[in-house]
Design a protein around this ligand. Structure first.
Ligand SMILES: [Mg+2]
Length: 325
């Protein structure tokens, strides 16, 4: 018999019920040893303790933010992260080929022996798994209240984006290791291809090439949104399809300074602000994270990838509601 895998879970998280994970777990009791967590710090500490006790896999239920907290306890240890993706976006789980809320596939990946090593980059010492954003995208996340997110799901992002589009966006300065200096109103750093949901922003990114893909966008207001959405509809930005407003770079590290208070987000969670005179330093950690993945990732066509985007799903369900009136 296969020993049960330790599964860290916040028993109070609403996503547990919304995603259907609670019911699925009731049918898979023998597969897991469920361990409750009280806070992000507790999750990190328990993940670290399990890794140090020699567990080959530490599974975690949650969205991208929760996975990052657990990953922090596992980086630099031989233990692999097992993903049970029950969040709203589940970008990292999609990047790893497990998909969103597909718990049977997630268990298959945990039981299989295929492990993927993933580069981990940090902003001022704080690590992220999938992406970091500086500027309006972080401002949107800063403004979304938990109540709005509960009521509207991914559609909350669209409504808040319209509000942010009319604000002034501060100009930031990006200094690269090769001496190049670039200016932007929106900076997005990608460890993998995906930005939100299933849509690709960085067509050529790889999460184990030791480099971050950077989209350096210099536009005002709604133009940024239009630019990002256009790249996602074209299956990601490449050196060949970028406009004059976007520069793409592959970087090992960078320094960011700003003319006015600049919000930033890590893996879709608001992470704080950079003030004038301060520098945000981006760099890679010396050790990668090991992640349980499927031997045969589930293929998705580019059309189904686009249609599976949480924002499009949210819009479709809103349109259906309206049609009922
Ligand atoms: Mg990379």
């Amino acid at each position: 018999m296969v020993p049960p895998v330790p599964l860290l879970i916040n028993p109070k998280a609403g996503s547990l019920f919304r995603s259907g994970l609670k019911a699925w777990l009731d049918e898979h009791r023998a597969d897991f040893r469920i361990i409750g967590t009280k806070s992000a710090d507790d999750l990190r500490a328990q993940a670290r303790a399990l890794a140090e006790s020699g567990e080959p896999v530490v599974a975690v239920a949650g969205g991208d933010g929760t996975l990052m907290n657990a990953a922090q306890g596992l980086i630099g240890t031989p233990s692999a992260l097992g993903i049970i993706p029950c969040g709203t976006m589940n970008v990292f789980a999609r990047e790893m080929g497990i998909g969103s809320r597909r718990f049977d596939l997630a268990l298959e990946a945990i039981r299989d022996s295929v492990r993927q090593s993933v580069d981990i980059f940090t902003v001022n010492g704080r690590p992220f798994l999938q992406m970091a954003g500086f500027g309006p995208d972080a401002r949107i996340i800063q403004l979304i209240t938990p109540k709005l997110k509960r009521r509207l799901g991914a559609a909350a992002h669209i409504i808040t984006a319209i509000r942010v589009a009319v604000e002034h966006h501060p100009l930031m300065e990006l200094s690269l290791p090769n001496g190049e200096v670039l200016h932007a109103t929106q900076l997005i750093l990608g460890n993998g291809k995906r930005y939100g949901g299933a849509a690709h922003l960085f067509a050529d990114a790889s999460y184990n090439d030791g480099l971050l893909d950077a989209a350096i966008i210099q536009l005002e207001s709604i133009g940024i949104l239009y630019e990002v959405i256009t790249y996602m509809l074209h299956r990601g930005a490449t050196m060949r399809n970028t406009t004059d407003f976007t520069k793409l770079r592959c970087i090992e590290s960078c320094d960011i300074t700003t003319e006015a208070t600049l919000p930033y987000q890590l893996d879709g969670d608001f992470a704080g602000v950079i003030r004038p005179g301060e520098t945000a330093h981006v760099e890679k950690l010396p050790h990668p994270l090991h992640v349980c993945v499927l031997r045969h990732p589930v293929p998705m066509s580019s059309f189904s990838r686009m249609m599976a985007h949480p924002m499009i799903e949210a819009l479709r369900s809103k349109l259906e509601e309206l049609r009922e009136f």
